[in-house]
Design a binder for this molecule. Structure first.
Ligand SMILES: NC(=O)c1ccc[n+]([C@@H]2O[C@H](COP(=O)([O-])OP(=O)(O)OC[C@H]3O[C@@H](n4cnc5c(N)ncnc54)[C@H](O)[C@@H]3O)[C@@H](O)[C@H]2O)c1
Ligand SMILES: [Zn+2]
Length: 355
């Protein structure tokens, strides 16, 4: 078991990672939520049958009365109705400002649990227990919380940092293979943008990391540290944090054009592949580096191309909420481990993609 400190400017907290890490929940609760009497465990229909009782048991051992709200698994539940149900559940149970929320599930769960905590009584503590690889390395850390609305994904939310994040590696055993692969999209992204050592580790493992808990713990920890190093400098996403969007500008367009039927991590991988090709054509990324990047994506079953045209990418990117003004922030990796943000006009981005 190991602890990575997450030094957000607004709040520094621990991310505790390891096999059986959920056993620290009680002691962490006593330390971080003194005076708490009640907790609402937010979970969903795939994860709750597997792990809810364990989490409830840990809380009860610490003298906490545990309530739960279990929603239908999947992105389609990520809306205001579920969050309103959480608010009502807490209000009916007489929650006060010292009580707290526990998010137990993938990114859909941790985003909603975080948002419910950020808003209930103008903000109560949240402890995140991510259960998917993507939630462990990305969604549950960094403090972005939120829900989807009809007009788009993650359009409403708040920055709200958790009190602690507990990442029990053994929970990954039950994750379906394709969901694990999706999470690898974000893992490889971190390797590309800031962490050449992680890339070497992934190459050495030769695609076999699922069954090696020690290696998984290592890889997850490195990813948490990577995201921490980026978020630390720019908690509210005005500058350097944008490098975490590598592959996402294009990935989001592919995802949206598919009516959200294509998985996020797969779309991001395709976006990274398209960016790698474009950088090679522009002469800024060496062919050898590009080959290495694509080889590791293949090793972990991720695609690196898509049929989408430059016209479709640019017009889609112009509608993206993350676009600032008339320029598009394009994230480039011209050397493994070094990402840069370049502002491009739509015309420049089009030329860059279609050279
Ligand atoms: N806040 C952020 O910074 C941030 C970053 C990236 C993504 N996200 C959000 O995260 C969400 C995607 O996260 P996700 O991929 O974890 O989605 P998810 O929560 O839907 O989980 C994916 C699937 O895995 C299942 N699952 C999760 N853990 C399991 C386990 N241990 N055993 C068996 N099944 C399990 C879930 O039931 C679901 O079917 C999106 O809504 C995205 O917007 C947020
Ligand atoms: Zn992503």
């Amino acid at each position: 078991m190991r602890t990575v400190s997450f030094p957000a400017a607004s709040k520094e907290y621990d991310v505790i990672i390891g096999n059986g890490a959920v056993s620290v929940l009680g002691t962490e609760t006593k330390k971080l939520c003194p005076g708490a009497l009640k907790a609402l465990i937010v979970s969903e229909t795939n994860v709750a049958p597997l792990y809810l009782d364990k989490v409830r048991g840990e809380l009860e051992k610490a003298g906490i009365e545990a309530f739960d709200y279990v929603f239908e698994a999947g992105e389609r539940s990520k809306g205001i109705e579920a969050v309103a149900a959480m608010w009502n559940k807490m209000a009916e149970a007489g929650f006060t400002r010292t009580d707290f929320v526990v998010g137990l599930g993938g990114g859909v769960t941790t985003d909603m649990a975080g948002f419910a905590a950020a808003t209930f009584l103008r903000g109560i503590n949240v402890i995140q227990i991510p259960t998917s690889l993507l939630a462990m390395v990305d969604a549950s850390i960094g403090g972005k919380t939120g829900i989807d609305i009809a007009k788009g994904k993650n359009q409403v939310g708040a920055f709200w940092q958790p009190s602690v994040v507990i990442e029990d590696i053994s929970f990954l055993k039950t994750l379906p293979d394709e969901v694990f692969t999706e999470g690898m999209g974000e893992v490889i992204k971190h390797a590309f943008i800031v962490d050449p050592v992680l890339l070497e580790k992934l190459e050495k493992a030769n695609g076999n990391i699922r069954d090696d808990e020690e290696l998984l713990e290592d890889i997850v920890s490195m990813n948490v540290a990577d995201k921490a190093s980026v978020v630390k400098e720019d908690e509210n996403d005005n500058g350097r944090r944008q490098i975490l969007n590598y592959g996402h500008t294009i990935g989001h367009v592919i995802e949206r054009d598919s009516g959200y039927t294509k998985p996020h991590g797969i779309c991001v991988a395709k976006g990274m592949g398209i960016m790698i090709d474009a950088c090679v054509r522009a002469g800024s990324l060496e062919a050898g580096e590009a080959e290495r990047m694509k080889a590791v994506m293949k090793l972990y079953n991720l695609p690196a191309s898509d049929e989408i045209t430059p016209e479709e990418i640019v017009s889609g990117a112009m509608n993206d909420k993350k676009k600032r003004g008339n320029n598009i922030s394009v994230i480039l990796v011209n050397k493994i481990g070094k990402a840069e943000i370049r502002k491009m006009t739509p015309e420049e981005f089009m030329r860059f993609l279609s050279k």
